[in-house]
Design a protein around this ligand. Structure first.
Ligand SMILES: Cc1ncc(COP(=O)(O)O)c(C=O)c1O
Length: 435
């Protein structure tokens, strides 16, 4: 039997995954078991947030869910659900669509079961086999797989960290080839938690225009800015660190960039409902109309959206505020606790520092690059705390850990104390070794 080359991944369990599985199987780390502290949590439904039982109401036979008994195959998704997405952007200060193709109108919204599916559709739309898409990294680790499956090649462009994260526009320009079709931004980025600033976006758009590239912008974490602020955003108030200016935390759907732009988002993060499988893409800018006509054929080929979820979306999206408030309080308190802990390190024996973060569910930790991070993560696992090595996200092999701020607060604090304890023991070992 012959299978496609692009699915010829090495699916053997990695050493690290095996170590984690065995650690969990040994009895530690079972739900509620205090032994393995999980600083990689990404599933909000397992992090102790309270979801009102009403959340399932729209799926029941009464209320809006009743509409789900009828099958109305609409490739772009049900108009009522797409209108709910338009309202979400309006609440972010984004106007309804206009004839120049800017703003968000229901005709420019396509519903998908996940952002992964949206990426699949976009790569089908924009790329022939062997074409390239540029992604500034460190970033979301799934892009390579999503691209492989569409026969597309991801080309990494550097992000620069210098008092906050920035695009290296010259570095990005150098990576453009005759095969480049698009640039993907994650805004705010995962795991670095930075927003792409208005000026950077303008320059990037000019570059895309010059080379005929589309811009794909993943905004699943848009509503999770830290601080209160300057940006035109949700009425709950969010965003803007000291480095940020007005509009930096705003959606690309409203930036009016003169380039074909696809904003990708969904309720896995916006409503903390990853299990419900509703996402979307929004097209704007020159060429959006033709793009939507082509995407409609792609979506019509799969018709993957189911009726109950679409019927529920207009109810769920307005309910996001309650769960977002809980998540923002959690991530904010964990960040403060982390800073409190790191601030207590002796200046001359500083083991860990935290990189600036403007948004999102993660913190990036800089540690001494004295051994591969894989070895450090193994040590931490043996000690009882599970964290991500930075290389998962495209950081170098040594010096970076990524921790989730979604983890329940007590577990987070104990986990971080353990991280510092283990790294402290390591450092004492190195210092003794040196003397
Ligand atoms: C940047 C980014 N985009 C998308 C997703 C997942 O979205 P979905 O559940 O809609 O596929 C994640 C999940 O962690 C993410 O980090």
């Amino acid at each position: 039997m012959k299978f496609s080359e692009r699915t010829g991944w090495n699916t053997e369990e990695s050493e690290l995954a095996r170590a984690h599985r065995e650690r969990v199987a040994s009895g530690a780390g079972l739900p509620g078991h205090p032994d393995l502290l999980d600083l990689t949590a990404s599933n909000p439904t397992r992090c102790g947030f309270s979801y009102d039982e009403d959340w399932l109401g729209p799926l029941a036979g009464s209320g809006v869910g009743a509409g789900a008994l009828e099958y109305d195959p609409q490739p772009l998704g049900l108009p009522s659900a797409r209108e709910a997405v338009v309202r979400y952007y309006r609440e972010h200060g984004v106007e309804g669509g206009n004839e120049r193709g800017t703003g968000v109108a229901a005709g420019r919204v396509l519903l998908t079961t996940s952002t992964s599916e949206a990426y699949g559709y976009l790569f089908k739309l924009l790329c022939n086999a062997g074409d390239e898409v540029i992604v500034p990294q460190p970033s979301y680790p799934l892009f390579d797989f999503l691209a492989d499956l569409e026969m597309v090649r991801i080309v990494a462009a550097p992000l620069i960290y210098d008092h906050g994260w920035q695009l290296d526009l010259e570095g990005l320009r150098q990576r453009i080839t005759a095969r480049t079709r698009a640039v993907v931004l994650v805004h705010p980025n995962n795991p670095t938690g930075h927003f792409t600033k208005v000026d950077e976006a303008r320059e990037l758009a000019a570059l895309c225009r010059e080379h005929g590239l589309a811009l794909i912008v993943d905004e699943v974490f848009l509503d999770y800015g830290f601080g209160v602020g300057a940006a035109a955003t949700d009425s709950d108030g969010m965003a803007a660190s000291g480095l940020m200016g007005f509009g930096d935390a705003s959606s690309f759907a409203g930036r009016g960039l003169d380039v074909l732009t696809f904003v990708v988002s969904g309720i896995s993060k916006i409503c903390g409902l990853p299990q419900m499988k509703v996402a979307w893409l929004v097209a704007s800018g020159p060429g959006a109309e033709e793009a939507m006509a082509r995407l409609e054929v792609v979506a019509d080929t799969y018709l993957s959206m189911n009726a109950p979820m679409q019927a529920a979306l207009p109810v769920w999206l307005p309910w996001r505020r309650g769960i977002q408030r809980q998540i923002r309080e959690r991530t904010g308190r964990n960040l403060a606790a982390l800073d409190g802990l790191l601030g207590r390190q002796e200046a001359e024996r500083r083991l860990v520092s935290r990189l600036d973060v403007e948004a999102g569910w993660y913190a990036v930790l800089r540690i001494w690059a004295v051994q591969p991070d894989e070895a450090t993560v193994r040590q931490l696992l043996e000690a009882g705390v599970w964290v991500h090595p930075g290389y998962f996200f495209g950081f170098g092999p040594a010096g970076w850990l990524v921790v989730s701020l979604l983890t329940p607060e007590e577990e987070f604090l104990r986990g971080m104390e353990l991280v510092l304890e283990v790294l402290g023991r390591n450092q004492s070992g190195y210092c003794l070794g040196e003397s």
